[in-house]
Design a binder for this molecule. Structure first.
Ligand SMILES: CCCC(=O)SCCNC(=O)CCNC(=O)[C@H](O)C(C)(C)COP(=O)(O)OP(=O)(O)OC[C@H]1O[C@@H](n2cnc3c(N)ncnc32)[C@H](O)[C@@H]1OP(=O)(O)O
Ligand SMILES: Nc1ncnc2c1ncn2[C@@H]1O[C@H](COP(=O)(O)OP(=O)(O)OP(=O)(O)O)[C@@H](O)[C@H]1O
Ligand SMILES: O=C(O)CCC(=O)C(=O)O
Ligand SMILES: [Fe+2]
Ligand SMILES: [Mg+2]
Length: 338
């Protein structure tokens, strides 16, 4: 009779913890039964057990929802990303599936293709040079602390924030990236975002609201900005005004890892340079897709599907899951689910 009771208790404990790999559930060395006295309440919910993060780093991510690792990506790699980005801007290479975004203030102008016309490129999974970013061992070593060993690169971007035209359209409103993602659980998703040069409040650094990853996914919509707003730049409408905003000042190669529920955005670029960062959202391949119909994510699904149909000329309606499955790439381990 002892055995089933212990098993039931273990299941309750694990169910409560949420994560199978979590924490110390210790069986008594001689009796084999699980005593509540030997059970240490689990401390970590947002990071996995491995030897990469120091205890201090782990606690910081758990508490704040982000972690900056200084000087992680070598200059030589960043130079290669820059070179490739410039080639893409000049249309010397045209990677399959890549989406080029212009700033809304110049979206209808007819200038020659150049870096000045490109606010961001997205979905560079078919570009060998840029996609190297998502496979760098330095990056994956940290990603694994959040996703575990089966790692998918789900969403890629190189952001080239232009000098603000005066209309403040270079800002990115405060948002949670999970709004864009039809897969879960959120704790097995992480963004890596690497500064390609010195970035501070002058050229529009990342702004985060620490600890907001502990909250839920909020409804997102277009901010009511007078100067206009870029397509798909949804923002949170009702966030806590008195939440502490932290501006992340970063040097070239510094990388921030952050949780998809962390509320973040970026300020306007008040310099004349184009502020560059490269990023990838990674998820555990063990995540699963969800149907966002009837949820707050329905509005972004409609937009994304509309654009995908326009680009790829889909006669039969595509759904969000197909789009994600198609561009997702395995970068480590086994493609189990996503
Ligand atoms: C974690 C994830 C976080 C995020 O993903 S944040 C969201 C990032 N934003 C995006 O992903 C936007 C992606 N961009 C795109 O898909 C394309 O750039 C976009 C907007 C469809 C335009 O692509 P194309 O159709 O190739 O460009 P086009 O020059 O022919 O323009 C077509 C119509 O769209 C307009 N447009 C282009 N860029 C825009 C912009 N930035 N903001 C607002 N409107 C924009 C453009 O004016 C044109 O309009 P119209 O049809 O002539 O009235
Ligand atoms: N009061 C606010 N209400 C809504 N969004 C805000 C508010 N303040 C800042 N934000 C958003 O947070 C992000 C970063 O803001 P931040 O204050 O760093 O930049 P900024 O306002 O562009 O420039 P500045 O450095 O002059 O303040 C921006 O995307 C902005 O949209
Ligand atoms: O300005 C940036 O680099 C951040 C952009 C961002 O948060 C996003 O595209 O989801
Ligand atoms: Fe974001
Ligand atoms: Mg401001």
């Amino acid at each position: 009779m002892e055995q089933p009771r212990a098993a039931a208790r273990l299941q309750i404990v694990l169910g409560h913890l949420g994560r199978p790999s979590a924490g110390a559930v210790v069986a008594h060395p001689t009796t084999g039964t699980i005593s509540s006295a030997s059970f240490h309440p689990q401390q970590f919910q947002y990071t996995l057990d491995n030897n990469v993060l120091t205890l201090e780093q782990r606690k910081f991510y758990e508490e704040n929802g982000f972690l900056v690792i200084k000087n992680l990506v070598p200059d030589a790699d960043i130079q290669r990303f820059r070179n490739e980005f410039e080639k893409i801007c000049r249309k010397e290479v045209k990677p399959l599936g890549l989406i080029v975004m212009r700033d809304v203030t110049i979206s209808k102008s007819e200038y020659a293709p150049s870096e000045k016309m490109t606010t961001k490129v997205q979905d560079f999974q078919e570009d060998k040079e840029l996609f190297r970013y998502c496979t760098l061992p330095e990056i994956l070593k940290y990603v694994e602390c959040f996703t575990g060993p089966n790692i998918m690169a789900m969403h890629t971007m190189l952001i080239n924030k232009p000098p603000d035209s005066g209309k403040k359209t270079s800002r990115h409103p405060l948002h949670q990236d999970l709004h864009y993602f039809p897969f879960r659980p959120s704790n097995l998703i992480v963004c890596a975002w690497t500064a390609m040069e010195h970035i501070d409040r002058n050229n529009g650094c990342l702004v985060v609201l620490p600890g907001t990853h502990k909250g839920s996914l909020k409804p997102h919509d277009y901010p009511k900005w007078e100067g206009g707003v870029n397509k798909m730049f949804h923002g949170i409408q009702d966030y806590e005004e008195n939440n502490a905003r932290v501006h992340l000042v970063m040097e070239k190669g510094d990388t921030v890892f952050f949780h998809p529920l962390l509320i973040h955005g970026s300020g306007q670029n008040k310099t004349q340079g184009f502020r560059k960062a490269i990023s990838c959202h990674f998820a555990s391949a063990d995540c699963h897709y969800i149907d966002v119909k009837g949820t707050s994510q329905e509005n972004i699904e409609k937009e994304v599907v509309g654009i995908a149909n326009k680009f790829h000329g889909a006669e039969n309606s595509t759904d969000l899951k197909d789009i994600w499955m198609f561009r997702a790439r395995l970068v480590k381990g086994e493609r189990t689910n996503l």
